[in-house]
Design a protein around this ligand. Structure first.
Ligand code: PEP
Ligand code: MG
Length: 371
């Protein structure tokens, strides 16, 4: 990791005098947020909330929430999760007090949360063959049935993003309550909290954002009413599907901000699997430069970049002052940052260690544009 000394700070400070783009960081822990702030991040542009549940002690609660077959079971699981969520957000809001934090509601590729179907089938078979305990076999079979019900052929195009939240509105409601409670607790304790921005993932239709926004706003209003407190909360969306970019003018009617998810926009815009581009057979296609450049590393200006442009133009047609960020990997790539500067976006958000690079690149883009 880079050492932050006075010389370094002075040099990046010069870049800050020149750049126009804001620079935020992607972080979902107190530690990463603190590091990002030290490196000059002006806020968190993407706080993902799914990683928080991958830890071994939390995974069971999320599985119970997703696998629940009745509303009561789901409510019970959500009640267990809420305090954990609140604790996570308190850490991040404390680290970032005085600066904006965009919390993205759950974006679950289901396969990452569910026990593997094959593994579960094998477990049932093994228990049956070895004449395992009858209760154990029954429990394993029941879980297999539940997993089968939710198994998807293409999880990355399945019940991801706001789709799970549309089916189970209790999930975004719980997350919103945790966010508001955390922000109020931090303000009470520290005298100041972070600016709260709530972001809805993988929106394709304006009706999805409208519905999710209503759920979020209702939960915010109830939390504030219960405490008699005031808090400014804005609600926006990721633009990470081609359809969203195309109908951005409609989506903007329900959005206070857009954040371009260039990872998914690349995946769905070119039709190249993100996960497979990094390893395996498909990676040879991207790495061997059969196509001009790895589109997951640097924005494909002619293609996916065109979708970003379309989304920005559509959004601004509806709301000229709409805040426009980028939170995909491209937000930390200098060539892509130059492109986002050309489009006049508001900020880029990248991993904490890329923040100084992004600050330089944003300044460079301004200087190059003057040439
Ligand atoms: C994206 O798709 O660009 C994004 C930032 O979201 P995620 O990487 O979490 O899918
Ligand atoms: Mg995404």
């Amino acid at each position: 990791p880079p050492q932050i000394n006075e010389d370094f700070s002075a040099i990046v400070g010069w870049a800050d005098e020149v750049r126009r783009l804001g620079v935020r960081a992607n972080a979902d822990t107190y530690e990463d947020a603190t590091k990002a702030r030290e490196l000059g991040a002006e806020g968190i542009g993407l706080c993902r909330t799914e990683h928080m549940f991958m830890a071994a002690d939390r995974l069971p609660a999320v599985r119970d929430m997703i696998l629940a077959e009745t509303a009561e079971d789901r409510a019970e699981a959500l009640e267990r999760i809420l305090p954990m969520q609140q604790q996570d957000f308190e850490g991040i809001f404390t680290a970032m007090k005085g600066l904006p934090v965009t919390v993205r509601l759950l974006d679950p590729p289901l396969h990452e949360f569910l026990p593997d179907l094959v593994e579960q089938s094998l477990l049932v078979q093994r228990l049956e063959l070895t004449g395992g305990d009858a209760d154990e076999i029954a429990a394993a079979r029941q879980l297999l049935g539940q997993v089968k019900r939710l198994h998807e052929q293409n999880p990355m195009l399945g019940t991801r993003g706001c789709r799970l939240a549309m089916l189970y509105p209790e999930i975004p409601e719980m997350q919103t309550r945790a966010i508001i409670r955390a922000a109020l607790a931090v303000r009470e304790r520290e005298g100041e909290t972070a600016g709260v921005e709530i972001m809805i993932p993988l929106v394709a239709y304006s009706s999805e954002l409208k519905a999710q926004r209503e759920i979020v706003e209702r939960a915010v209003a109830e939390e504030l009413e219960a405490t008699g407190e005031q808090l400014d909360v804005t609600v926006g969306t990721m633009i990470e599907l081609p359809r969203a970019a195309i109908v951005a003018d409609q989506i903007a009617e329900h959005a206070d901000f857009f954040s371009f998810g260039t990872n998914d926009l690349t995946q769905t815009g070119i039709g190249i699997s993100r996960d497979d581009a990094e390893g395996g057979f498909l990676s040879a296609y991207v790495a061997d430069e059969v196509i001009p450049k790895n589109p997951f590393e640097s924005i494909d200006r002619d293609g996916v970049g065109g979708l970003v442009r379309l989304g920005a133009e559509g959004g601004r047609r509806t709301k000229p002052e709409l805040k426009l960020g980028v939170c995909g990997e491209h937000g930390g790539d200098p060539a892509s940052i130059a492109f986002f500067e050309e489009l006049g976006l508001t900020y880029v958000s990248c991993s904490p260690f890329r923040v100084p690079i992004a600050r330089f690149a944003a300044a460079r883009a301004v200087l190059d544009a003057k040439k």
